[in-house]
Design a protein around this ligand. Structure first.
Ligand code: HPA
Length: 273
């Protein structure tokens, strides 16, 4: 049973009154990937602004909706309203979407994100299945939130990614003939993009892509007992690895180009789940 703070409880209770069904699978949509919500049969869309204590997403491309949808006989919760630490929120506020998914009984959660490519075999437009993450830059915040409770648990192991869910994702990519790269997602708090020197360090330490989300959600979802996997859309090469300057608009433009493949892949994952 989750120990709900008063704020979380208020958010959950306001939401529980409105939901059309209990979802099985949650998909959190990353920057520029929000359109996926329109590609499935939406039963009800709840604006996050109508929920008490749900932080307002300030980032372009994160619209602030919880969509209850059907696809391939699966009941879905599609979250178009991720919250990042760099928006100035506390870690507990960033966890609200994952908390909701868990409280509504989602067994699986697929996290998606836009990321900068570090691995020189990658190019903008690639999709990368996360094989692990590096969350060293967010350890303090995570410890503040769930560290004590983790210590109380017999097993404080972070089960990310879920091996069985990753197998489903690989099978889906194979069936859809989508070339799915694999690699380690490296978290940076942002909001500034990394410097070329930071990217060189990331590369030396085994990072394949960098981004500003996902890790806190993966840790919390795993802690709450959900099967969790993550897919990154490589929207740009990371700082210093291409001659182009980095802008959020480039991230959005590349996500736009890859969204057809992304949609096919996520649909197939849902079908096979
Ligand atoms: N760095 C961090 N986050 C990102 C990037 C990047 O290069 N691209 C998309 N999100």
């Amino acid at each position: 049973m989750i120990n709900m703070s008063a704020q979380y409880r208020q958010t959950y209770e306001a939401l529980a009154k409105q939901i059309p069904f209990e979802p099985e699978i949650c998909v959190v949509l990353g920057s520029g990937l929000g359109d996926f919500a329109e590609k499935v049969e939406t039963i009800k869309s709840i604006p996050t602004s109508s929920l008490p204590n749900y932080p307002v997403s300030t980032v372009q491309g994160h619209q602030g909706f919880l969509h209850f949808a059907n696809y391939a006989n699966k009941k879905l919760l599609i979250i178009q309203g991720r919250i990042h630490l760099y928006e100035g929120y506390r870690i507990s506020q960033c966890m609200v979407p994952v908390f909701i998914a868990s409280k509504l009984n989602c067994k699986k959660i697929l996290l998606t994100n836009a990321a900068g490519g570090v691995n020189h075999h990658f190019k903008p437009g690639d999709l990368m299945l996360n094989t692990s993450f590096n969350g060293i830059n967010i350890k303090k915040e995570l410890a503040d939130l769930i560290g004590v409770t983790l210590l109380e648990k017999k097993n404080a192991f972070i089960d990310f990614p879920s091996g069985s869910f990753n197998n489903v994702i690989k099978k889906a990519a194979l069936e859809e003939k989508i070339s799915l790269k694999e690699g380690v997602y490296w978290y940076n708090k942002g909001p500034a993009y990394e410097t070329p020197a930071e990217i060189q360090m990331t590369k030396k330490f085994g990072g394949d892509a960098v981004g500003m989300s996902t890790v806190h959600e993966a840790v919390y979802a795993s802690y709450l007992g959900m099967e969790v996997s993550a897919i990154s859309c490589i929207t740009n090469m990371a700082a210093g690895l291409s001659s182009q300057k980095l802008y959020h608009t480039e991230v959005m433009e590349t996500a736009e180009l890859v969204k057809k493949d992304f949609e096919r892949l996520v649909k197939k994952i849902i079908e096979l789940s």
